[in-house]
Every structure is written in structure tokens, then in C-alpha cells.
Design a protein around this ligand. Sequence first.
Ligand SMILES: [Zn+2]
Length: 360
Amino acid sequence: MYKKAPMKKFFRLFFPGLYLFAVFSGCLYARPQAETEAPVEIGAAIEAPVPEPPAAQPLVFTAAESVVQGDIFCVLIQSPQTNRIKGVLADLSGGDGKKILSMTGFPVPPRATTPAADNADPADPAPETGETWAVLGGISSVQRPGDYTLNLRASCEGEEDTVFSTPIAIRGRSFISENIPLNEDMSSLRADPDPRKAAESRELWALLVKTDTSSVYHLDSLSLPVNGNFRETSFFGDRRTFLYTDGGKANSIHYGLDYATPRGTPVYASGAGKIVMAKQRVLTGFSIVIEHLPGVYTLYYHLDKIDVKLEQLVKTGDKIGESGFTGLATGPHLHWEVRVAANAVEPKNLLTLPLLPGAH
Ligand SMILES: [Zn+2]
């Protein structure tokens, strides 16, 4: 209170002076500008130059020339303009024109355009403009090696569809053959007719052929679903013969990898994604399916415990359950499988190669 009176007095004296100074200095500042700068036409200053709309440049297609049984193959469709491609459909056809695979393309999210200063690479090109779509397919382990044709149709806004065809050779590889004797319980589990098995098989197939073009969760390589050096007891593409107790036999293909794991071993998500199945099934026991990309799924079978719920989003390495000994199994193990456009592919390849090569 005591000090306010002198301060008020000071401001009363000071402010009129400050106001006059501001007006004066404003005049001084404005005058040289008006004299030295060229007269500005108000209309020109407001109107930004309108760029010519870019002419539609041809789409660029990138595809492999050959693939091996069990490989993922990827076709990239690049447009210099954004928001141009509206849809992409593709198929792989044999020499007789018969389709062996149908695929639906999806838009790839733009890559990060602002790398952290520490990681900035001067050799890195400027952020790409335009847009990229991808088509992913999986080559079945039983697909006959030979020459095939990839046919692709891209629909663009206000343009004729762009059609692209290119030859793709499928090369063969070797697979293991094995006999698997089943005890009485497992023999009847596998061989006895059960409408639940057929219904569950149809349900899974309907899920695996689904391509939700907005389901883009994981572009990189996958991680092992178990920690530790567990023995692999079966491999991708094994040609199996089940031997029943009554002397009967049945041939089968093994679609994934088997890891011999003690019951209760934590099982982790191999990549980021959405849980699209988490339930008990007759033949595969407690089972989980994760969607990582449109048409790309990982499957986890014979679990003792499921820790996730349908529609739940998971990150790479999240614990999703525990391995076990449920369903058709001759011992405790985890069955891990990867599906692309409904076909099972070699999971080991994807521990080092990204799901979407060249796009990330
Ligand atoms: Zn298996």
C-alpha cells in the first residue's frame, strides 16, 4: 500500500510519453518502407498463383519376376498424385488362364516424413509425394512350380481402369515327409465325423479370405511368438501322413511351424494387429488369430490359455496366451502359422523380411 502512490505517479507521467513515442516511431518506421518498396497492388498480394492441375502420370508397377513356394509376393502400385487410386484387384493365373489366387490391394500409409535430427540421413531422398498401394499374395507350398501371369486392375478417379500384366515364375523347394502315429483318442478326434469341425473350418476360411483394406497395423518383419530356444518339431510344408490306430492313413500338409514348449510358456503377438479369433476349436484347441495387414494373419494353436479378447488391438511382443496341449496334438507345443491372401506361407522368411517389402 505504502509504495503504490509513487508508482501511480510514475505511470501517469510515463504513459503519455510512451504513447507519443510509439506514434512517432511508427511513422519513422513506416515511411522508409513506403519510399523504398515498389507499389504493391492489393489484388496481387492477396491472390496466390494457382498451379496448373498436374496431368495424370502413368501408374508405376513393381513386382517380382519369380517367387518360391511358401513366399509372400508383393506388387506395389505408385501414383505421383495422391487420392487418385480408388481400388486394386489382382489375380495370379496359370498358362490355362485358371486363377490360382485372387488378391485385393490396399493403400500403404505414407512413410514418416520428418525423421528425428539424430537419425536424419543426408542421402535419404526427400519425402515422397503421391501414393502407394500394395497387393500381397502368398504362394502355397503345394502350388505347382511353373510360369504364371499376374493380372492387375487399378481403378482411378475419373480415369479408365489401368490394367497391368507381368509373368511370374514359381519355383519349387524341398519339404520334409513325416509319419505321425496317432493314439486312439487322437485318431478318433481327427477321423470321426463331427459337424463342429466342418463349421469351424468354414468359419476360419471365411476369416482368412477377408481383406479389410483399412486394417494396416504392421509393415515390418515378424517376431518369434516364444522366447527361448525351443526345439522345432515340425516345419512349414511338411508332407504328413497320419497313422490311425485302426490301420487307416490320411495325408495332410503342415501349414505352420511347431515349437515344443512346456505347458504354460508365454506366447507373444508376432506383430502389431487386431485379434480376429480367440476361441476353443475342436482340432486346434484354444486358438488365436491376429490380423496384421489386409489379408495377412498369424495363427497360434493348441494353447492352454487365452489372454486376449476379440477385436482387441495388440502390439508386437504383447503376451496373448500360454502354450499348451489342447486339440489334436501328440505333445505340448505351439503351432505358429502365417496366412497371406488365405494361403499359408513360410513363417521363417518373415522373421527377417518385412511383410511389405519396399514400402516402408
Ligand atoms: Zn503344427
